[in-house]
Write a protein that binds this ligand. Structure first.
Ligand SMILES: [Zn+2]
Length: 349
């Protein structure tokens, strides 16, 4: 089946399958959506569907029932195997060389790919140029792409992935057909993690923390999480001290500060750990400890369930402030102080 490697993106699968079946694929696509939800996988699946040679051997070139019954792409023919290892000669990949927010796709690499696309693909293949994190092209690199993007040579498809199309030049966006990828559901991520051999507790925890991204759920570092949670629990248990709170906030924010910008989403996601802890404390206080999500020893409920719910709300507020460009150190510091007051049963405003 086409797109069976793509997880939980039914609308995307339906759209691309229908366009392919109708012979109406665009020559340039913009795959929009958060990191780790399957944009590159969808591109690979599209490439497989276009280039699988499995139907040609055995079943007869011109179809017939036997060929119709065979799954397509087959995932076993030489073309499928090379593509799945990202080693197919007509599958071109451009991406920033590093993880840092400042890491740019080089204009020379874009020019080289444009030059390669002037030659017809080999052996009747359809070539794909996949540009991941396309927002990491500067204006020069983007302009080097423009002409080819408008009208790629026959049997070439260009796919760009981006979080938010507003990060790209409008001239790029207007030349592409948009495909929107939704965040994955917690249950989809949990099942995928179980299929990768994680145990129930880790799969549930990471799914809850993944923020709709399987990629992020896979990257979560268990020990780092435990250490961070320990620090936050300690901070909330000690008497109020604005300087200590600020120091912890600075340390926490520092882990998400890149050369040029702060990874606000990453910081907000990290605070989800504390949200899960509050939730676990609340179900513990309500006599339902089996509903806990966090592994490891449970924190004794530090407050009554209503106070825990209020603290949970305060945490969500801090996460929104962080995403909305507030000073993250200030947002974390004030959150710690107000959560402590809530736990102690004091109003803070
Ligand atoms: Zn194949």
């Amino acid at each position: 089946m086409a797109f069976e490697g793509l997880l939980g993106q039914a609308r995307v699968t339906a759209q691309l399958t229908a366009e392919m079946a109708a012979g109406k694929l665009a020559h340039a696509y913009l795959f929009c959506g958060p990191e780790g939800v399957g944009r590159a996988t969808a591109a690979l699946e599209l490439f497989l569907a276009l280039n699988c040679q499995g139907a040609a051997d055995g079943g007869g070139l011109f179809g017939g029932a036997a060929q119709e019954d065979r799954p397509h792409p087959c995932r076993h023919c030489p073309a499928c195997q090379r593509a799945q290892a990202w080693r197919h000669e007509e599958l071109l990949l451009l991406q920033p060389p590093g993880e840092a927010a400042s890491s740019q796709i080089k204009v020379e690499d874009v020019r080289e790919a444009m030059a390669a696309m002037r030659f017809a693909p080999l052996g009747g293949a359809t070539r794909m140029l996949l540009i991941r994190q396309a927002q990491q092209m500067n204006a020069t690199a983007a302009n080097a792409l423009l002409k080819t993007l408008e009208e790629p040579p026959p049997r070439n498809i260009i796919v760009l992935t981006v979080g938010d199309p507003r990060e790209l030049l409008p001239t790029i966006v207007s030349r592409c057909r948009k495909v929107n990828f939704a965040p994955l559901t917690e249950e989809t991520i949990r099942q995928a993690l179980l299929a990768r051999g994680l145990d129930q507790a880790q799969a549930s925890l990471r799914a809850a923390m993944g923020g709709g991204s399987l990629g992020r759920a896979l990257c979560l570092d268990h020990e780092e999480q435990q250490r961070l949670l320990g620090r936050l629990r300690q901070a909330l248990a000690r008497p109020a001290d604005a300087l200590d709170d600020w120091a912890l906030a600075e340390e926490l924010v520092g882990q998400f500060r890149g050369a040029e910008r702060i990874d606000r989403q990453g910081l907000a996601d990290a605070l989800d750990l504390l949200a899960l802890d509050l939730r676990d404390q609340a179900v513990g206080a309500l006599g339902k400890p089996e509903l806990r999500l966090l592994p490891g020893p449970a924190a004794a409920p530090a407050a009554t369930p209503p106070a825990l719910v209020a603290a949970f709300g305060r945490l969500r507020q801090a996460q929104q402030e962080i995403l909305a460009n507030a000073s993250p150190e200030l947002a974390v510091t004030v959150m710690l102080q107000e959560m402590r007051a809530l736990a102690a049963g004091r109003a803070f405003d």
